[in-house]
Structures are given as structure tokens and as C-alpha cells.
Design a protein around this ligand. Sequence first.
Ligand code: TXE
Length: 495
Amino acid sequence: MTELARFYNVVGGQTCGSANGGWLASTNPYTGEDWAEVPRCGPDDARAAVEAAHRAFTKGPWASLSATSRGKLLRRLGDLIARDAEKLAAIEVRDNGKLLAEMAGQVRYIPEWFYYYGGLADKIEGGVLPTDKPNLFSYTKREPLGVVVAITPWNSPLLLLTWKLAPALAAGNTVVIKPSEFTSCSTLALMDLVKEAEFPDGVINTVTGYGSEVGAALVEHPLVAKVAFTGGDATGAAVYAAAARGIKHVTLELGGKSPNIIFADAKIDDAVKGAISGIFAASGQTCIAGSRLLVQRSVYDQVSAKLVALAKTARLGDPMAETTQVGPITTLPQRDKVLNYIDIARSEGATCLLGGKRPESPELAKGWFVEPTVFGDVSNSMRIAREEVFGPVLSIIPFEDDAEAIEIANDSLYGLAAGVWTSDIRRAFTMADKIRAGTVWVNTYRAVSFMAPFGGTKQSGIGRENGQAAMDEYLETKCVWINLAEGVPNPFVLR
Ligand code: TXE
């Protein structure tokens, strides 16, 4: 048996395992073999990490650091990530199964978040208020919240962590990171760079392990001011309820069942490519997956045929190989969940136009692959159209006209993202207005940026990440009143 690579947590600047000495294996989804291990932490580790973060927030050098110096630290971390992009990408590919072709670009892009929020760190401004009260002067300050717990999922560990870490630090908070138990390695590798950037001890801490063993203890800790969570909706609801008991701030980025809508007037070949990238990129394991493809009935057969023909050419294989287009599913439970939804779709009467099973090639036998799968004749009431599959499974739903497209698009518990493919500018604006989603793409799909606010409506979540909007999620406003007059008026009435 080959020896497993070991990754460690960092708490209060100290490299550490878990209090109980336990370890948790991380499996490579392409080989099905364990390749690394991370500490299996519990409530004692959670407590120690929150206390370290709280000390750093209240007593350490971080609290008195100028905002400009804070920004410089963020930018330095960005530079180090850029320097080590290849190494971080390779770790994440082994741990998560995402394509190297995608990860290489993603890790090279991540520094932009640290540059952008590093730049914003010293542009956090309060205001002087106009007043209706003579002799009272008032102004506002925008202050950090305190200890932020960042809970991240397995589908894009470093990117989704960055969306939380960069604005939380820019605002002056301290952070405890709890990565997914399936994919903790790239986050722990990042901690080497945090040390090299010389962040003060305790400003960024990690605790790895299961959600039930360590995640819940973090959320419940009374010294935690905010929980920033990305994950499934059931866990999100549990985290929200636990945070509510302690009156904590939350942002929740949960799932989606995003409509990708092709009108007959669209450039059909572009739209088909957009549909493919919406569902088969990252093997469909993205919250923004365009898993409901709404197609105007007059072009339904044409779009379905072209889409199946193109999807059929997708090359499944080793995520490290440049030629691979579709990698494995990241976790075994998730692979089984996807296969189960395929059975459900069949039993509900959807027509399987492509895929629908594990690939037969012996080269892929050890990996957790599911073939790119397309279902036609899907009705929006079927479970396959209502529940998040989080895999390479597309449902095609026909519609007649704009009104029906809007009705179907909005008939969902979720509201994360949507795509619209049309050549009619008025239709583009109308659809962007009428669709309830945090993001609407027109004639493109899957564009995200550090500059552009991202988040969900309805059960897709609460709050926004990215852009200047994210800074508001990590700050609160204090109002200061200063009496400029001599003496205190009647103490028994409101001033
Ligand atoms: O996610 P969980 P799972 C969806 C997708 C997937 C489903 C389940 O549909 O099939 O969620 O995935 C931590 N207190 N998404 O079960 O449980 C956990 O350890 C505190 C959508 O893997 O939501 C991990 O770090 N933390 C999604 C994180 O929560 C807890 C991305 C997310 O895990 C906890 C991933 C608890 N009680 C899955 N229980 C997206 N929005 O992109 C678990 N965790």
C-alpha cells in the first residue's frame, strides 16, 4: 500500500492534528483509492479554533493593523497563490476529480479576489449624518463582525473558500475554515501560503472533519459572529436554524435547478454549446448547473438532436489529462445519488436520449463516473425537474411562448441562476426582469467574476458573495452620537 500524504490544520498559528488523534482519508475519485489524510476533528478542536480566532480579533495585532496593511496582506496572499497555482490545482484535481484543464485556469484566477478585496480593505467608509437635532453630531462607522466560520463544500473547494475568505478578511474579521470532509487538502495546502504571507496568528484557522462532528460545534459556538456557508439545502437549513439560536449573521449559498432557456430565434449552435457547458462542465457538480433546458417547441427536435450529437463526443477520462472533457463525480455517495435520480427520471416517464448509466470502458471502471445523460419529454412537475441532482444529467422541457417559459422557469423552489438564448434584445431584457434568480446570463452561461455579486433567491440562499455587495455581508454599521451642547436636557424624554 502506498503511503498517504498527510495534511495538517493550523489553529492560532500552530500546525496541528486533531485533539483525539484521529485521521480521515481523502479518496481520489478517478482511481477510487485513498491518497491523503487530514485530521478528523471534533468539538474540542472547534472550540480551540474559535477561541484562537476570537483572541486574534480582540487582542492580537490584527485588530490594530491599518486597513491598508490588511489590504497588502491580502494582495501578498494573492501573489503566493499565483506562484503556486499549478501545485494547488494538482492537489485539487487529485482530491476532487475536477479537470486540470479547468482547475489550472481557476487557481490562476483566484488571486484576483485577493487583489480586488485587498484594494477594498481601505475603502470601507462611514458617513457624517445630517441631523434634525440641534447640538448633536452623528456619524457612522462600518466595523467587522468578529469571528467568521466559513463552511465550504467539495465541488470547488478553493474557489468557494476564496469567495468568503477574501471579503471577510478585507473587512477585518478573523476566520475559521471548515472544508468539506471529502476535499480538505487544497485548503490545508493554502495554509502554508497564509503563513508565508505572514498573517498574524489566529487570523485564519482550519478545522477538518465531518459536519456533524466539527461543523455543528463551530456554528453553535457563542463566540462566532457569522457563518458563511455553501452546500446543500438541507444542511443549509440546519446551519441557518443553529445560527438563529445564537442570533448570528449568515450567508447561505445553496443549490439550484437553474433554467437555461433556448428561444427559436437564438443562434442554435451557440445555444447548444451553452447548454452543454451549463450541465456537463465539472460533471454537472455546480450550484449554477443549467439542469433544466427549456426549449421552444418549434426548435425542440432540432436542439435535442444537436445537443445529443455534441454531448456524445464528450471524452470521459483521467482529469489530469488535457484531452479529458468530463471527469468523475467527486464522492461515492454523490455518484450513487446521481444514478438514483436517473432511475427516478425513467420511472417518471422521461425519455433517456443519451447516457443514463456508468460508462463501460475498463479504463474508467475504478473511477466514480456517470455518462453525460440527457432526458427528453420532461415535465416540470417531475422530480428530475424539481430536485437538485448535482451531476451530468440534463432535463429538456418544451415550452410554447415567452409567458410559458417564464412560468416554468419560476416554478421552482430555487432561484440561483438562469440562461436565456435569443437574438431579440427586448426579449432579453424582459426575461432578465421576469426570471427570479440571483444571476441571469443572456447568450452565455457560467460567467462569474470577483466583481459581480452572486447568490440566490428563494431556497437558493441568502446574501451575496463577490463584488462590493459581499463586503456588506461582513460588516455592520455603528452610529456614534456626540453631544456638542453643555448640559443634559430633560432625562425623562427621548432626545
Ligand atoms: O453537502 P453538505 P453534501 C448539494 C448537492 C449535493 C448535496 C449534498 O445537491 O448532492 O448538496 O452534498 C458541512 N453543521 N450541494 O452532503 O452536507 C460539510 O461537512 C455545519 C450543493 O456533501 O451541505 C461540508 O463542509 N456544517 C452545493 C459542508 O457542510 C455541516 C455544493 C457542505 O456539505 C453540517 C455541495 C452541520 N450540521 C453540495 N453538516 C452548492 N451550493 O454548490 C455538514 N456540514
